[in-house]
Ligand binder design. Sequence first.
Ligand code: OGA
Ligand code: ZN
Length: 372
Amino acid sequence: MTTVFLRGGSRMLHVAWPNGTSADFPFLWLRDNCPSGFHPQTNERQFDLTGVSPDIAITSADVDGGDIELIWNEDGHVSRYDAGWLFDHRPGVGLADPAAIAPILWRGDYPATDLPRGSARSLMTDDDALLDFLTAAKKTGLALVDGMADDKDAGMAIARRIGFLRETNFGTTFEVMSKPNPNNLAYTSHALPLHTDLANQELPPGFQFLHCLANDAEGGGSTFCDGFAIATDLRDEDPDAFELLSTTPVPFRFHDADYDIRRHHTVIDLDLFGNLQELHFNAHLAGIFDLPADRMEAYYRAYRRIMEMTRSDDYVISTRLTGGEMVIFDNRRILHGRSAFNPNTGFRHLRGCYVDRGEFDSRIRVLSRGKR
Ligand code: OGA
Ligand code: ZN
């Protein structure tokens, strides 16, 4: 049975669950999170924290079946908490996140044939298959879909099964093919060195979907590397370079006749907990470096070092998309590129779109409901 007692001096409720776990809950936290303060349909908090004093206290605490009942000193308000709900929200631990799937780093010796694969038909119709695929894609950051219909909208249909499409200055979807008057190197037949897309944006797009409708020209192979593996190794092997790349903002810029979109980013971006969050790496969109002259050479040394890693067989894997395949990757972790192709030898057409990380993670959480 769950037991509770008040730690009056430290202004906390001590809860011990039958599984041997125990935790302390500060009084103000308990008042702020009383279930009665949440709208029953929207689940949003309506309680106004400024309506109680910061030193509010409890006059009694009881266990009633699976509930914990508290009575507050200021207004006699009664709060009832499910003991399991309190367990799930323990201070210092917080709510488990089904989308917090740890990346599994890979390097140049990872066979492209081992990449996670899903079939278009099952991803469109089977929620369990979709959840398995999204989970695998979170681990590797890179996955493939087979059996795509020869339909320009088939890639978007799968992306929409996951979340809203992220619209950019290139549209809701974009055609990767050799075009007259290109405004992007991707729209030529040139090789693209490994890069992340749209590093010039305030928030570069999360997951990228590239549906291969045709890849019949000579050349046009795909390359990928795991930016998190590179950053992890760089942190070990050259901590000074890692420090410069993770603390020095550098400019990125896209500009054409209609847009001039600019943003400074660090090449390696850590989250608030110090974990790798994102890479911004795109030599063709890197702006003109504007750091002080006396810091330029040291920065360039670090920047060249990571660039060399993105060109090394130690990290890069190669594959060749064929018509009917789609590749999906986390554009903020995985760098992608392609070899040049000869448009006179055949047609090459990829159709792309993006779904941001937030929507992707939300779909994993919703599909995981009831599976614990
Ligand atoms: C892109 C891109 C890869 C390819 O469109 O951003 O990197 O294989 N394309 O054409
Ligand atoms: Zn790209």
